[in-house]
Design a protein around this ligand. Structure first.
Ligand SMILES: [Ca+2]
Ligand SMILES: [Ca+2]
Length: 157
């Protein structure tokens, strides 16, 4: 292994540890993936990059099982976090949202909040996607320049 790669691995480990320390917990393990919630707030684009730096991606909730898994977990953190960025985005500036890693595909599953403020409610001005405590962690579109925590997803090898 080259020295450079060693350094990168060390840095990745350091960032993962930092993420864990900041959350007080934690990693969540499912059969396919590991998830790390990070409470530090930032812009959507910065959180996309943060997950990439860790070797993962901003979480994409493609199935009901995965969605429920994450919802259950975020509800167990009594962090006071209002919401987390997830990896949905309105590519093509039209009337639907896609996952970052599948920009040409309709989302196979969705869990938009349908209660008091039905979502999505502003796709052209709110092209980013979050899960919101006020929505029981159902999804909402949101302004990308707001500061939120985030969840990174790491596929098992
Ligand atoms: Ca779209
Ligand atoms: Ca919205």
């Amino acid at each position: 292994m080259t020295r450079k790669r060693n350094e990168r691995n060390t840095q990745t480990e350091r960032m993962k540890n930092e993420a864990k320390t900041k959350t007080g917990k934690l990693e969540w393990f499912s059969s396919c993936c590991t998830y790390i919630p990070v409470l530090r707030k930032n812009l959507y684009a910065m959180q996309v990059e943060s997950c990439k730096c860790l070797g993962g991606k901003l979480v994409e909730l493609e199935t009901e099982e995965e969605n429920e898994f994450i919802k259950n977990d975020v509800m167990t953190i009594s962090s006071g976090v209002a919401g987390y960025w997830i990896g949905g985005y309105n590519f093509n500036n039209d009337d639907d949202l896609e996952w970052l890693s599948q920009p040409n595909q309709a989302m196979p599953f969705s869990d938009w909040n349908m209660e008091i403020y039905p979502q999505p409610d502003g796709l052209l001005t709110q092209p980013c996607v979050m899960i919101w405590r006020g929505f029981d962690f159902r999804w909402g579109d949101h302004w990308c320049d707001r500061l939120l925590s985030y969840i990174c997803e790491f596929q098992h090898q």
